[in-house]
Design a protein around this ligand. Structure first.
Ligand code: SAM
Ligand code: SF4
Length: 439
């Protein structure tokens, strides 16, 4: 092993796909001979794996980089690299805004990370922002950060063109990991003691095995049969593409969680059309009807954006009424921020004032909290299966785990350990957490 290679420390921002990418980068760097550093202070190279989806996500990277500037000045030889979606999107502008950055690298270039780090010690301002539409990082054994639950990317990129979204710019065209690799990796995870796996993709319904033509429903079915002792989750489904055959697989296979994350973004068909989402409010509700018919106890979660271009008070009311109709378990809720390079940035005016966007978002959050509290209260008195994940933050004698619906449960845990599947009788509920006792 080359002991002169600098050790690395990675900060991860953003979505589950970024967390999975960090595990891939750790594996690639260790294979080249870099050691992981225990903290930033002892690292020879600090990497920021960045997210560009919303403006505040990009601002967070900026604030973080400002803090790194002093560290870089004090520590001669320290290499700083920004990788992931922000550099793919901001490109060389990053060197103008943060001149102390040594290199930038896009999501398709991680196989060359080690050489970029080595070269950065000689040459400054290296950029590798190539797209590689075949890169899936298949065959890389990720360095897993957990021991109970793992992320398993099944595809990368996105071929949709939602007007607000920068992902197709930052992550490029869709490509799927081969059917065999995904199934093999799931079997390996189960054999090494993992209890849960989440199959990841921006739009998993577009999964297509290039060789056999098999789709995501077939993949999910095969993974669940090959690793029957693991809980299987997946994200994200697109409402225009989720199929009855996929929902039937979820309904039939006992180890696939009865939980579907189905981002709707808005309850107004006019806004959905402007967002270029490819479905109306009515079509979304039809899909919800189909899902609930096949899986009556399913938990449905969503993403919502307040204040998209031209949104009126009536459009906003339609979002609230859709939330009341569907009764989402939980939601990820945002206010709209323009992302340069997107269709909306080029063609629409960001004309809802920020204060109004924030006020509408607050109404959405308040309504979601009321709905979640109601749904969670209905759980009191029931017994649910909980996968214990960790000690609870409140007390070492309590464990925190999740139900199939991904609801957090805190329960007295003296007789159990993380990784155990425990039947818990629910005795209390807030809008975000259930509490209970082992049954
Ligand atoms: N692929 C997923 C889908 O189609 O729903 C989600 C991708 S995106 C990383 C996650 C969420 O961020 C989106 O569902 C949307 O709610 C939100 N989002 C994306 N772009 C946004 C923007 N410009 N402003 C506010 N929220 C945004
Ligand atoms: Fe973005 Fe739409 Fe693709 Fe999701 S489906 S990543 S929101 S473009």
């Amino acid at each position: 092993m080359n002991t002169t290679l600098p050790s690395f420390y990675i900060h991860t921002f953003g979505c589950q796909m970024n967390q999975a990418d960090t595990e891939i980068m750790s594996s690639l760097l260790q294979a080249e001979g870099h050691l992981p550093a225990v903290d930033e202070d002892s690292a020879g190279v600090i990497l920021l794996n960045s997210c560009a989806v919303r403006e505040n996500a990009v601002d967070r990277i900026g604030n973080f980089l400002q803090q790194l500037k002093g560290r870089k000045r004090r520590r001669k030889g320290l290499v700083v690299g920004v990788v992931g979606c922000v550099p793919q999107f901001e490109r060389e502008q990053m060197f103008t805004d943060f001149p102390f950055i040594d290199f930038i690298a896009g999501p398709d270039t991680y196989r060359s990370l080690s050489s970029m780090i080595v070269n950065a010690r000689e040459t400054s301002r290296i950029a590798n922002l190539e797209y590689d539409h075949r890169e899936t990082y298949a065959g890389i054994d990720p360095v897993r950060s957990g021991r109970i639950s793992a992320f398993l990317p099944v595809m990368r990129g996105c071929n949709n063109s939602c007007a607000f979204c920068v992902v197709p710019v930052t992550r490029g065209r869709e490509r799927s990991v081969s059917f065999g690799s995904v199934v093999d990796e799931a079997v390996k995870l189960a054999a090494s003691g993992f209890r849960e796996v989440t199959l990841l993709g921006q739009n998993v319904n577009s999964y297509l095995d290039a060789e056999s033509g098999r789709d995501f429903a077939a993949l999910l079915d095969a993974v669940s049969r090959s690793a029957p002792e693991m809980r299987i989750r997946f994200t994200t489904s697109h409402p225009k593409d989720i199929s009855e055959s996929l929902v039937r697989v979820i309904a039939e296979r006992p180890n696939i969680c009865n939980h579907i994350h189905l981002p709707v973004q808005s309850g107004s068909s006019r806004i959905l059309d402007l967002m270029r989402r490819g479905h109306t409010r009515e079509q979304y509700l039809d899909k919800i009807g189909m899902i609930r018919k096949l899986i009556p106890d399913v938990a449905i979660t969503t993403d919502l954006i307040a204040g998209f271009c031209t949104e009126t008070a009536d459009d906003h009311r339609q979002t609230l009424s859709l939330m009341e109709e569907v009764r989402f378990d939980t939601s990820f809720m945002f206010y709209y921020s323009v992302r340069p390079g997107t269709w909306a940035a080029r063609n629409l005016q960001d004309d809802v004032p920020e204060a109004l966007k924030k006020a509408r978002l607050q109404e959405i959050i308040d309504l979601q909290n009321t709905i979640s509290s109601g749904l969670y209260r209905q759980e009191i008195g029931r017994t649910v299966e909980v996968l214990a994940e960790s000690e609870s933050r409140r007390s070492a004698s309590e464990l925190m785990g999740r139900t199939e619906a991904n609801r957090a449960v805190v329960f007295s845990g003296n007789d159990f350990k993380p990784g155990d599947m425990v039947s818990v009788r629910i005795t209390g509920a807030s809008s975000a957490t259930l509490t209970g006792q082992p049954a």
